[in-house]
Design a binder for this molecule. Structure first.
Ligand code: DON
Length: 435
């Protein structure tokens, strides 16, 4: 069988290929000389598979796509408070290189615009690093997200530094407000080096997949940053990643994203995949023209908008029935699927309707494949309250979806791996150990 996803990607690339509008970034001479016809797209799945079509192995500089990853590193290295004290999380509604700082505090509005990203670069790694060590920390961090050793394009870096007057102006403003405490020139130099890291579309898809995968690189298995950091980064990408086009993007594409002026564009869909595209011609916001079209297609073709309401899942309570009779009768709530808060609420309702005369009650998790933390706690609370109401509670959990089922004060459950063995208990665990 021919692989389906690369065929689909090739077809969509074919549809956008004829669009030659926009132009490569001109303010960095090395980028202005880029081959404008380059075009590629890749999907990196959380199982580690990468599907691609077009120029997915051509290297180009990461530019602003480094910003969310550097933000993740700074949050990891310094903690949330010191970073949030210096860089806000509000969309600016302005261009990426606007000299926009909060009028009272001098704090940049968010880490995706240059003012925020220059500050964030100064916050990567430990406080006492030299400028060169800080660049090395950023390079190694970006490499961990990509799952391979990346390197800096010195020619693009030098080319940007020759024309970095605007970023230097921003850095001096930041220094005047003491948001930057280091030499503004060195920080801009480090930030430009961070922007000059070479990546392929394949790398970018994997970096995005690492965000989509709660901070764990799907190929290397390395936990690059924590889940809490990923949530913060994806939230800021969603509201600020596409600069003054962020609102259009949020409504039409609806995927946390980040663009770069070399023509790269990434999107990270939590729990699903990382997407990357490459096409150097940019629109007036500094976003890749064909990249934006590709993402619009992907989102609508595959229902990838994060606000898409999922189809109603199958009932969590598959059945509520009684097995056997007399004193041996067992009321069984047979549950199924993945259980989150709303599913747990259905179980609570069902449990509330159990008659006091149904002494023996089993919560059967045999068909449950996952249960999140709040649902696990709610289920154990159901077990505790049923115990306190005089029921004998059985938890049938052959796959240990609830690994350590302790129902808390006064609660008691009997663990079984088969509902038919309700008569012959295999183990008993409980908080209060009441009879
Ligand atoms: O700060 C700059 O000007 C660049 N090195 C990065 C800008 C960028 O990629 C903006 N994104 N679309």
């Amino acid at each position: 069988m021919r692989p389906i996803i690369p065929d689909y990607l090739a077809e969509v690339l074919g549809d956008v290929e004829s669009d030659t509008s926009g132009a490569p970034a001109e303010y960095i001479p090395e980028l202005a000389a880029a081959e404008p016809e380059r075009l590629g797209a890749a999907f990196a799945m959380l199982g580690g598979e990468i599907y691609g079509a077009g120029d997915i192995d051509i290297e180009f500089t990461i530019q602003s796509i480094s910003k969310p990853f550097a933000y993740a590193l700074a949050l990891s290295d310094r903690g949330f408070s010191p970073v949030l004290a210096k860089v806000g999380v509000e969309p600016s509604g302005e261009a990426f290189n606007e000299i926009s700082l909060d009028s009272k505090t001098g704090r940049p509005l968010n880490p995706m615009i240059n003012a925020g990203a220059i500050t964030v670069h100064s916050l990567t790694g430990a406080e006492d690093l030299t400028p060169a060590e800080r660049v090395e920390r950023a390079l190694q961090g970006l490499s961990a997200f990509a799952g391979r050793q990346l390197r800096i394009d010195e020619a693009v870096c030098a080319s940007e530094m020759e024309n970095a007057h605007r970023n230097l102006a921003i850095a001096h403003m930041l220094r005047s407000h003491d948001v930057l405490t280091e030499d503004p020139g060195s920080v801009v130099d480090g930030y430009v080096r961070q922007c000059s890291v070479l990546v392929t579309t394949r790398d970018l898809a994997m970096m995005a997949a690492t965000l989509a995968n709660r901070g764990k690189n799907p190929l290397s298995g390395e936990q690059v940053v924590s889940e809490a950091v990923v949530r913060q980064v994806l939230s800021v990408m969603f509201s600020c990643g596409m600069y003054d086009a962020a609102g259009d993007w949020a409504t039409q594409v609806g995927i946390p994203a980040k663009s770069g002026v070399a023509g790269g564009l990434i999107g990270a869909l939590p729990g699903q995949l990382g997407i990357a595209t490459f096409s150097p011609r940019l629109d007036g916001h500094g976003n890749s023209v064909r990249g934006v079209s590709l993402f619009e297609r992907f989102s609508s073709d595959m229902g990838l908008h994060v606000m898409e309401v999922p189809a109603a899942s199958r009932a969590i309570v598959r059945s509520n029935h009684v097995v056997g009779h007399g004193p041996e009768a067992l009321r069984v709530l047979q549950l199924q699927g993945g259980i989150g808060f709303a599913g747990a609420e259905r179980i609570v309702q069902e449990a509330e309707s159990i008659s006091p005369s149904d002494i023996r009650v089993a919560l059967d998790l045999t068909r449950v494949h996952s249960i999140d933390d709040v649902a696990r706690r709610m289920l154990l609370e159901v077990a505790r309250r049923l115990t306190l109401n005089g029921h004998d509670v059985y938890l049938v959990d052959p796959e240990s979806v609830i690994p350590d089922p302790k129902p808390g004060d006064g609660g008691r459950v009997t663990l079984l791996d088969d509902v038919n063995r309700a008569a012959s208990h295999t183990a008993t665990v409980g908080g209060g150990q009441t009879g």
